[in-house]
Design a protein around this ligand. Sequence first.
Ligand SMILES: [Zn+2]
Length: 141
Amino acid sequence: MSQADQNKEQYSALLQRLRRERPEGVVKSEDRLKLPDPRTMVSGKKTFWINFMDFPTLLQRDPDDFLNYFRRELAINASIENGRAIFMGRPDKQSFSALLQRYLRERVICPVCGSPDTRLEKTGKVLTILCEACGARSAAK
Ligand SMILES: [Zn+2]
């Protein structure tokens, strides 16, 4: 079995597991893309995003790049520890859901065919969405 096939199998196994474990509270942004809601918890001056790793895993994005998007948009420092993201501040819960939806629109969903099966390619500072369904190359924001 090739590495790509293995990744694909792990990906669908994870998808199935998440679907089983969280039948409710699922964000429906596209028929073929089912994501859990971001689960966050505030403790002192920090906000913990408990299920953070589910997102870059399901979306096949680099966890650091994914975190950077939120760090930049929220203007709050953050790091990944033990699969959770820790933000050094207390943004409200809605911000995470709203930013996640924006991330999907700007960096995941193919603007040509609407498929979430895409990859992000970085050339210098230019981000391109490569669609695995229709083959389109689109500029990411
Ligand atoms: Zn496409």
